[in-house]
Design a protein around this ligand. Sequence first.
Ligand code: GLV
Length: 327
Amino acid sequence: MSRPRVYVTRRLPQPALDIIRPVADVTLWDREDVPPPREVLLREVTQVDGLLTLLTDRIDGEVMDAARRLKVVSNFAVGFDNIDIPVATKHRIVVTNTPEVLTETVADFAFCLMLAAARRLVEADQYTRAGSWKTWEPLLLAGQDVHRATLGLIGLGRIGSAVARRAAGFEMRVMYYDPFRREDLEQNLHIDYRPFPDVLRQADFISVHVPLSEQTRHLIGREQFALMKPTAVFVNTSRGPVVDQQALTEALAARRIFAAGIDVFEREPVPAGDPLLVQENVIVAPHIASASVPTRIRMATLAAENLVTVLQGKRPPNPVNPEVLNG
Ligand code: GLV
């Protein structure tokens, strides 16, 4: 039997390539700064047994129809909204993701955004560097307290739970909304379930931790921002389209909420002229919540392990559509 062939859509940390190369012939889109153009992806997919993709690669019906022998799409991300899962399942293509290994790192970053937005850290940095600091002032760059505030989590999966654990150290009161109530976690984490509008109304900090799906697209829009406190700090490290970005921009501009920390956008990269970027009370980041060096290496090696195990006819650690394996 000939060696399997795989297409890897970005330059990966070496330890990941070291896992793949003994098992398969690798064609690499050898750039870090841009994804392969669509026509390259459509051409390469015709030749391969496996794809290792990033969240910037749209793996839809057109790509999977073009494939002739594709068995696995291993996504280098916990989210897999860039892949059409029902179509993959119909084609009997296994899809895998990289959960667990990034949970704590993303939770760290959600907390980092909460603290930085509440305490106006980026404004303070710019102010100090610009030489604007004349004297100590009673209300200079005054923000909101994080300690003993109420944290509202939208979504209580792995990452939401990890944020709740951190909140305990800040003596925060934590409440959550999730379409699937997690009574099993409520006692352990000392957190309360509340209906969605109640979390929005009562929380001082709101952090979003749901996957993107048709049910969660624009989950937070004008109506939801209208319920929040004027002192609320809003943080999104999940997926951009979960939030109506125009409504967020309006809420920040009108000071309907105090501040936001935003790692994900409806369009990525967010265009330079986007009105959100001119708001003073928002801290923005280029989708880096999981970007610590150890975590990104671990995600890459896990994506590589998922890829090769399927190619070797074994069960991968993280199948998203396990019915393909069972059938
Ligand atoms: C990053 O956003 C991921 O889904 O891993």
